[in-house]
Design a binder for this molecule. Structure first.
Ligand code: GUN
Ligand code: ZN
Length: 439
């Protein structure tokens, strides 16, 4: 008989059961908050959650109880769009998208032809994700299959729930990154066979964006998705005006950028389109109709000068919005920092983001949009045990600010605006502590 791996965390617990809405107070029944809660873990999953006083009599004698009173425990953060291969070119100065790709990004991604480099960067990237409380991400690797093998292997060893894929590009990129059309698809099929559904991993088809794929490559990618609707798909859409002009030139047979993807069968409920800044309501409606997702990447949009995402226009069309760092275009891997940037973009548009909506988005909202909400995103019995322990006293300033907060909403907002890796005391995935802050 295998031994049961079981423990309890005692802490303040917060989790969402539904979208809290846009109001200053969350919609009725959307939030679960326990001031002195107990989270009972068993074999990598949540066995039970409740008030400590209520649950305590049911606990087996001698069970390990970790006392985190004074800390706030929330579901693990999810990053719906990030490039692990761009970790070391974060903060490269002074370019907008197309020049930034040519000057910094493509040369950097060429380095991932070397397996050892991909392995080192996979480990470094996962260390950084866990340091900021991110337990799941949808990840662009490079065009090299070895970059995907390295990333999935490292994620698997750590027991993480990760989606990732090999970038598909068969034109307009350096020779070291360009596929031949059929070869790229064959490599993708091999990677799907090796990794999709292994442990907690899933494969996300990854055509980079319309300008770097021929129609033949986009069609072949659509074919893979049709054959296995359990796959995910990630790409970029309408991020930058120069990109829009280029797409119009390259695909004269499509009436707009989105139609390029529609014509190849790439727009569905498991598809995530990063950015979607320069869209009209009709296009947002078409995305919503198919259940597709946008990834709002606010720190990237500000860093690359791409534009101000219109969150409420997307919500008006009932289009799913996810939150993402988009590192290396983004300036911060932290989910809390992403929410801070989203709040700032929102302020410039007259649509500030509440902490309720932000934290919902980073957890259950992202999990739902990525069709992972039966596994992650909530603190509830049966869910995989991925969560973050936040420390309100992480820094003297945060402690001062928290001491002045009167409501839970104010405290969450203080985390969102002042929090960073220091606020993350511990990050747990699959029922194991995978990161503990030093000091
Ligand atoms: N569009 C195509 N490739 C990329 C990329 O790597 N980053 C961003 N932000 N946009 C892109
Ligand atoms: Zn991106």
């Amino acid at each position: 008989m295998t031994k049961t791996d079981s423990r309890v965390l005692r802490a303040e617990l917060l989790s969402f059961d539904a979208d809290p809405g846009e109001g200053d107070t969350p919609a009725e029944g959307s939030v679960r908050h326990l001031e002195d809660g107990a989270l009972w873990l068993e074999n990598g999953r949540i066995r039970a959650i409740g008030d400590y006083a209520t649950l305590a009599p049911d606990l087996p004698p001698g069970i390990d109880i970790i006392d985190h009173r004074g800390k706030l425990l929330v579901p693990g953060f999810i990053d719906s769009h990030v490039h692990y291969v761009q970790l070391e070119i974060m903060a490269s100065y002074g370019r907008q998208l197309l020049d930034w790709l040519n000057d910094y990004t493509f040369p950097e991604e060429c380095r991932f032809a070397e397996r050892e480099h991909a392995e080192r960067l996979s480990e470094a990237f996962l260390d950084e994700l866990l340091r900021v409380g991110t337990t799941t991400a949808q990840v662009f690797c490079s065009s090299h299959p070895a970059s995907v093998d390295a990333f999935f292997a490292a994620s698997h060893r750590r027991g993480l729930c990760m989606l990732a894929g090999k970038v598909l590009m068969d034109r307009h990129a350096p020779a070291g990154l360009t596929d031949d059309t059929e070869g790229g698809i064959r490599d993708t099929e091999r990677l799907i066979g090796d990794w999709h559904g292994k442990g907690r991993l899933g494969y996300s088809l990854t055509p980079r964006f319309a300008p770097t794929s021929t129609r033949a490559q986009l069609d072949a990618t659509g074919g893979l998705l049709r054959n296995d609707p359990g796959l995910w798909l990630q790409t970029h859409l309408a991020e930058n005006t120069g990109e829009l002009d280029w797409v119009a030139e390259l695909f004269p047979g499509s009436r707009d950028y989105l139609e390029v993807y529609e014509q190849s069968g790439l727009v569905g409920p498991r598809s995530t389109f990063a950015h979607g800044i320069h869209l009209d309501q009709e296009m947002r409606g078409r995305l919503a109709e198919r259940g597709a997702n946008l990834a709002f990447c606010p720190s990237s949009n500000m860093f690359l000068g791409s534009g101000l995402f219109d969150r409420l226009a997307a919500r008006d069309m009932r289009l799913n919005i996810t939150y993402a760092s988009d590192v290396g275009g983004g300036t911060d891997l932290s989910g809390l920092a992403t929410l801070k940037a989203a709040y700032q973009v929102g302020q410039l548009r007259g649509q500030p983001l509440t902490a309720w909506q932000g934290l919902y988005g980073l957890t259950l909202g992202n999990a739902r949009a990525l069709s992972l909400d039966h596994r992650i995103g909530r603190l509830a019995p049966g869910m995989e045990a991925d969560f973050v322990v936040l420390d309100p006293d992480a820094t003297p300033l945060l402690a001062r600010r928290h001491a002045r907060c009167r409501t839970l909403g104010e405290r969450l907002f203080a985390f969102m605006m002042l929090g960073d890796d220091r606020s993350v005391l511990e990050t747990w995935a699959g029922g194991r502590c995978r990161h503990r802050r030093q000091g």
